[in-house]
Design a protein around this ligand. Structure first.
Ligand code: THU
Length: 130
């Protein structure tokens, strides 16, 4: 399965009874393995998690730590844009030039990169005096 097919399939499993906005994410790790995640909402709203966070958690649990490529899909008017927290989470495991492909369920596509999504990101270099 392609990243898009994987993200579309896992999106069906999203638990989004509050927003009704189902999101799927799939990433290919440096090992070549593909990991998927969907949003999992909670009645205590801040406890919900995004699709990207789920895919990253699956990747780390699966023994990988480097994202080679990532795709996200939702039924949105424009290709769905990862939230700020997810941009930081993706940047933890992806180089700046890694491709992020954002999809709508209608077939619209926007391709960008990790550094374009999160310019000036805080990274471990800022902690070099610690
Ligand atoms: N959401 C994601 O899972 N990923 C995104 O990139 C954008 C937003 C989820 C969080 C929440 O469950 C729902 O979409 C509405 O914000």
């Amino acid at each position: 399965m392609t990243l898009l097919e994987t993200a579309s399939a896992v999106r069906e499993n999203a638990h989004a009874p509050y927003s009704k906005f189902k999101v799927g994410a799939a990433l290919r790790a440096a090992s070549g393995k593909i990991y998927a995640g969907c949003n999992v909402e909670n009645v205590a709203y801040p406890e919900g998690t995004c699709a990207e966070a789920g895919a990253i958690a699956a990747m780390v649990a699966g023994g990988d730590t480097t994202i080679a490529e990532i795709a996200v899909i939702a039924d949105s008017p424009q290709p769905v844009s990862p939230c700020g927290g997810c941009r930081q989470k993706i940047a933890e495991f992806a180089a700046g030039d890694v491709t992020v492909t954002l999809h709508t369920t209608d077939g619209a596509i926007m391709q960008t990169t990790v550094s374009a999504l999160l310019p000036g990101s805080f990274d471990v270099d800022y902690m070099s005096r610690v």
